[in-house]
Design a binder for this molecule. Structure first.
Ligand code: N01
Length: 544
């Protein structure tokens, strides 16, 4: 089935073993695994088709920034051998085709209710089941409620003064029109300079007559060096498939180049250090971040990486004033999510691309015809809001989730998300959060982390069936200890010093808590495995 085609919603039964929320990468794999366990399962998906983040984020230039062969499911060797990626970093349409292929190949659609949003999920203590209601008026009773809602699925809604007055079209990168947008000859404003903006601005600039980039905080970006996939890379990957997959699973961030070299930047001579950074820059992608072991923990080492990146920006961008505005100054390198670009800094050498620094000249209002800053008025035909997401907790807090004694998840998380292993929340039995806050998730190759959670959960449900257990919940103590651990290791790094969405800093009023687990994908996997092999240590399990 074509990715864009709307499809009828499959009717929901009154009862299932598991109700999965979301048909993105995690929901699809979860459904596949649950079926293999002989459990009945349905997915409710708000969108009209599968794909999750790759269904919604169709802005020009959207592509993965982990190499294609690494950003793919590993659970089926046949799938992996049959599917051919065309580019080193696959673009959104190709990834969406891949996910549609997976849905067809594993016959997933018959258990997915599309165009169906979950409004509320309440735990019925007497029945030990979740009562889940949809916006289509259906109610489903499920033993397990599995949130496969994604970490970056709820757009940060624009709320700029005067924005309702604007007469032209506006777009959010996270909700891009399926039919695409033709900016030919148009004057376009882009607000935001995160990954979505950094990928889309060079593409928008190819069509638009004028592009005005409104930057609040400059981001560090490294070149992707994208191109057709190297057949040798593909062959080597497949020839060593098992070993490579194992390396991913035990790595720092779920891809092969994510393990930092043991060497410290601060104990490396200037020439050698520069050479290492240059090699990584030439290689492209996130490998720069792993150039030395101390970059994310030692301010002195981090400053060396920051200085290297700043020099690169100054080399690429010809206008020194523009270059200086593009150089991040007030947070350590890599502590806001590093971006991977194709021609981002270069685009500012084009005469029709203009950078407006909102820190120097704040935005005052949007008008009928454009934007006004303290510098003056910018007349535009269209506005692109590339302002990000209510990350990690946004999708869950939009659903009225109530656990034992009517406790709402929003109340339980009023001071920031609390979980055990990022998988479950105390007071919310049989509710699972795939790649939830408190797990490596957004600090990793998402597919690797998704597969780990889904596999762990599948093993758990197998165990529960074998021992005739029906209810699982983390103890308050284990949750509290995990939250402390997540915070403690985050505080050993420089990450919490930046105002990033990792901390919820982009959403006014959101508690400032470092949400993902920064201890590494491999270390985290070992912890989860140890919990399971010790009889699900830290959880309470009981019969119905
Ligand atoms: O969002 P962002 P994104 N006025 O939050 C600015 C993943 N992703 O959609 O930094 C003015 O990073 C905001 O400024 P500031 C990836 O994990 C992956 O770009 O808050 N500006 C920032 O510049 C990524 O990190 C891929 O000061 C405002 C920008 O908007 C995550 O998604 C591709 C503002 C938002 O940047 C989010 O990326 C794309 C305001 N009121 C995304 N509010 C790939 O894998 C916000 N901003 C390739």
């Amino acid at each position: 089935m074509a990715a864009d085609q709307d499809q009828a919603s499959s009717a929901l039964p009154h009862e299932v073993d598991a109700l999965i929320i979301g048909a993105g990468i995690s929901g699809m794999y979860m459904l596949h695994r649950l079926r293999a366990l002989g459990l009945t399962a349905k997915i409710c998906e708000a969108g009209a088709d599968v794909g999750g983040t790759w269904y919604w984020n169709r802005y020009p230039g959207a592509r993965v920034d982990i190499e294609s062969q690494e950003y793919s499911y590993s659970f089926s060797e046949e799938l992996e051998r049959d599917w051919k990626w065309s580019e080193r970093y696959a673009a959104q349409p190709e990834i969406l085709r891949y996910l549609n292929h997976v849905a067809d190949r594993f016959d997933l659609r018959r258990d997915i209710a599309f165009n169906t949003r979950i409004n509320c999920a309440h735990f019925d203590e007497a029945a030990s089941r979740w009562t889940i209601a949809t916006d289509t008026g259906e109610v489903v009773s499920a033993r397990y409620c599995i949130a496969a809602t994604g970490c970056l699925s709820v757009p940060n809604e624009p709320n700029f003064p005067g924005q309702a007055r604007f007469q032209g079209p506006t777009y959010h990168t996270g909700r891009w029109p399926h039919e695409g947008v033709d900016f030919t000859g148009k004057r376009v404003a882009v607000i935001g300079t995160g990954s979505s903006a950094i990928q889309s601005i060079p593409q928008i600039a190819r069509q638009a007559s004028q592009v005005y980039v409104f930057q609040r905080t400059p981001n560090y970006s490294v070149p992707a060096h994208n191109g057709p996939i190297d057949p040798a890379v593909e062959q080597t990957w497949l020839a060593n498939r098992e070993e490579n997959r194992q390396l991913q699973r035990m790595s720092t961030a779920g891809f092969l180049f994510s393990n930092p070299r043991a060497q410290l930047a601060t104990q490396t001579g200037d020439n050698e250090r520069r050479q290492v950074f240059e090699e990584r820059w030439a290689q492209g992608g996130f490998s720069v971040q792993a150039a030395f072991a101390d970059l994310s923990i030692d301010p002195a080492a981090n400053a060396m990486a920051a200085a290297f990146a700043a020099d690169k920006i100054r080399e690429i961008v010809k206008d020194p004033d523009v270059a200086e505005k593009l150089v991040p100054k007030d947070y350590p390198f890599g502590t806001k999510r590093l971006c991977v670009d194709t021609g981002y800094y270069e685009v500012f050498n084009k005469p029709h691309v203009h950078l407006i620094d909102l820190r120097q000249t704040p935005l005052q209002t949007i008008t009928e015809t454009g934007l006004e800053t303290t510098q003056g008025a910018f007349e535009v035909d269209a506005i692109v809001f590339a302002i990000g997401f209510d990350a990690m907790t946004g999708a869950l807090s939009k659903i009225d989730i109530r656990g034992r004694a009517g406790l709402s998840l929003s109340e339980a998380w009023a001071e920031g998300p609390k979980s055990y292993l990022g998988l479950m929340v105390s007071g919310f039995p049989n509710l699972f959060t795939i790649t939830g806050p408190g797990s490596p998730s957004v600090l990793s190759n998402m597919i690797v982390s998704i597969e780990q959670h889904v596999d762990w959960l599948s093993d758990l449900l197998t165990y529960m069936t074998a021992y005739q257990l029906a209810v699982i919940e983390p103890t308050a103590e284990s949750q509290s200890a995990w939250v402390d651990h997540v915070n403690e290791i985050a505080s050993q790094t420089l990450y919490p010093t930046a105002n990033s969405w990792y901390l919820g800093a982009n959403i006014p009023g959101k508690p400032r808590v470092f949400m993902p687990y920064i201890g590494g994908v491999g270390a985290y996997r070992q912890l989860c495995t140890a919990v399971a092999t010790n009889g699900y240590m830290g959880f309470k399990l009981r019969a119905a």
